[in-house]
Design a protein around this ligand. Structure first.
Ligand code: TYD
Length: 218
């Protein structure tokens, strides 16, 4: 297994279904943390390094009809590159890393629909992620129909991507998948009610994150 030096930073991932408001919240959280004096690195998956961004294009707009396991392999390859090039170096410097989606998205999107065997996904996590697990995961939860409506409004006349165009039933399973992860790992995960106004959500997010950071540094 890979051995890495201890990482002094703090690794936060944001997760949830389509249109949950993660990208707005990640920017608000980044500026709150910078105001509090932290170095903050904002990144996203799939992507966050040039190789991973190239893989992103293959999966989301390539139209190759990959199976769920093939997609999981590609997301994992992108994740490994992202960790090596962007996330671990930032954590080694002591930065707070805010990552829009991470391995819970693979568990939920490729796994919750029943498409990919959980044992395969778990093996891929071991290979791609190793010991660099998030210190905190915020799961943005809202009814899928509302999220899809928001995502469509944001997109305007653009084409829906690979996952946004899945049926509502898929998005319901996704939501249940994320909530099951939160229930299973309560130490790491916090569920955020994302159906509320932006400011209310941002207030909760900031309070949760500052408390966690404070507890760690105490
Ligand atoms: P993106 O446009 O970044 O979506 P969002 O704004 O909703 O975060 O596209 C990423 C898509 O890829 C999104 O539909 C979720 C999906 N995805 C997976 O299926 N598995 C994964 O491991 C990751 C990271 C994302």
């Amino acid at each position: 297994m890979n051995h890495h030096p201890p990482l002094s930073g703090f690794f936060i991932t944001l997760e949830g279904g389509e249109g949950a408001g993660k990208s707005t919240q990640i920017q608000l959280l980044a500026s709150a943390l910078r105001d509090a004096g932290h170095e903050v690195v904002v990144t996203r998956e799939p992507g966050g390094s040039s190789g991973a961004e190239a893989i992103r294009g293959l999966i989301l707009t390539g139209g190759f009809g990959f199976s769920a396991v093939t997609e999981a392999l590609l997301f994992s390859a992108a994740r490994l590159d992202h960790l090596e090039k962007t996330i671990r170096p930032a954590l080694q410097r002591g930065a707070v890393v805010l990552c829009d989606r991470f391995f819970d998205s693979t568990r939920a999107y490729q796994g919750a629909s029943g498409a990919a065997d959980p044992a395969i996904l778990s093996a891929l996590e071991t290979i791609a992620v190793g010991a660099t697990r998030p210190d905190l995961t915020l799961i943005f939860d809202l009814p899928p129909a509302d999220g899809l409506r928001r995502a469509a409004a944001r997109r305007g006349h653009g084409q829906a991507d690979r996952f946004e165009s899945e049926a509502l039933g898929f998005h319901e399973k996704l939501r249940a998948g994320f909530l099951a992860i939160a229930q299973h790992e309560p130490e790491r995960c916090r569920v955020i009610d994302a159906a509320r106004p932006v400011e209310a959500i941002a207030g909760d997010v900031k309070a949760i994150v500052l408390a966690k950071l404070g507890a760690r540094r105490a």
